[in-house]
Structures are given as C-alpha cells and as structure tokens.
Design a protein around this ligand. Structure first.
Ligand code: SAH
Length: 212
C-alpha cells in the first residue's frame, strides 16, 4: 500500500474518534513519515507508536489526535509541550497555536526535532534542552500545556506555569500504563477529567520518575 493510501485510511480511522475538524485537517497535512527513522517510514501511517532515537517513541496518531483535541487551542495562544521527541506533536501544535515552546531532555532529539521543524519552515516553535526544573517557566504562563510522557501525578510545577483558564493534558499513572488526564485551571480550583487509558514512556526528573 502506498503512503498516500495508508494516510487516507488512517484519516478515516481517526475521524471516528476525533471530532475536531481542525485537528483532523492538520494531521492530514503534517508528513509523519519525516519524523520517524528511515527504516520505519513505510509504517508512518499505521495507527501505532513507533520507536525513535534514545529508546523513546513517537506517539500513536490516535493519541496525538485525542490529546490535541483536548488542548482546545486557539490560534492566538502560546503553548508548552514537555517531551519534543521526534518533533511531530510539536508540528501539530505549531499549526494550531500562535507560539509553541517545547522542552526535551535528550540533546540528540532536541537537535533532530529542530532540524526537521526548520526544514518544514515552522517559525513559531522553539525547542529547548530541558533543565533541572520541569517545564519552561521563563515564558510562563501558557494557555495550554501538553505532556507527552507519563507522570506519577499532576505536577504542581506545571499548574504554576498554566494561565487561569488554561488546560493541561497529561498521562498520569505508573511508568508502564497511565490514564490521560485533562486539568482545567480556574481562579480558585482545578477541574480534572479522565480521557481514558494510554501508555507513554516515563517523564524523567522533577515531577516525574527518577533518572535511569
Ligand atoms: N511528542 C513526542 C513524544 C516523544 S516520547 C513525539 O511526538 O515524538 C516523550 C519524550 O519526553 C521523550 O523524548 C523523552 O526524552 C522526553 N522527556 C521525558 N522526561 C522529560 C522531561 N522531564 N523534560 C523534557 N522532556 C522529557
């Protein structure tokens, strides 16, 4: 099957679960095959996560769709992503938001993501090497924050970097399986909903799990 027809088939599958037309549109445009290693390019439009460098993974397209939809993005918003990895989710966010700040703890992945995003001419993205502190508080507050690695609980550090009215989408659970949680920050309280089970690589460091 050609990449073109695999992509059309994937988009039909996604349309059953993701309702937001804008999210589907963007996922139909961003070339996922350019974010995966050459050896798995043929599988770029299968609805599966794929291995990338440093033992990490590019998320399953369905989960990218569900998480992006949950972010409820407007095109004038600044967002934060934790875990740039391949840069694929970063590109999807860059299509929908005004500005994307993304952090990643592996220098090799930072370099790879910067390269492909600049090749694809994204000008509203900055990718930083993660420091000791979780997130990127220099540019807080963010209208929405997406964490693409699993945490033991919702990190207080990220709620502090979220604007009032902001959304935080994060997998919470054990290092092996999590639930996808969406937290909305109101003036006086936060409201959380569970969007269902998921499986991510672990978030490492502050707010996450201990270093390997
Ligand atoms: N969004 C990525 C998913 C990559 S997997 C994609 O679409 O390809 C999750 C990534 O989170 C990994 O690359 C991992 O190195 C990174 N990560 C884990 N803990 C982190 C932390 N505390 N800060 C920044 N990145 C982290």
């Amino acid at each position: 099957m050609s990449l073109e027809s695999a992509r059309a088939r994937l988009m039909r599958q996604l349309a059953h679960e993701v309702r937001d037309k804008k999210v589907l549109d963007v996922m139909g445009r961003v070339p996922r095959e350019l974010f995966v290693p050459a050896s798995s390019q043929h599988a770029a439009y299968e609805n599966v996560p794929l291995p990338i460098d440093m033992g990490q993974t590019i998320s399953q397209p369905l989960i990218v769709g569900v998480m992006t939809e949950a972010m409820d993005l407007r095109d004038n918003e600044k967002v934060l992503e934790i875990g740039a990895g391949s840069g694929y989710q970063t590109a999807i966010l860059a299509e929908l938001a005004r500005w994307v700040v993304s952090v990643e703890r592996h220098p090799k992945l930072v370099e790879g993501a910067r390269k492909i995003l600049s090749l694809l001419s994204y000008k509203n993205v900055e990718i930083h090497l993660a420091g000791e502190k979780l997130g990127w508080e220099q540019e807080a507050p963010y209208a929405a924050i997406m964490v693409t690695a699993g945490a033991p609980s919702v990190p207080q550090e990220l709620l502090e970097q979220l604007a009032v009215g902001g959304r935080l989408v994060i997998p919470v659970g054990t290092p092996f399986e999590q639930d996808l949680i969406k937290v909305v920050k109101h003036q006086e309280r936060t409201v959380s909903i569970n969007l269902g089970p998921c499986r991510f690589v672990p978030l490492i460091g502050e707010g996450g799990w201990q270093k390997e």
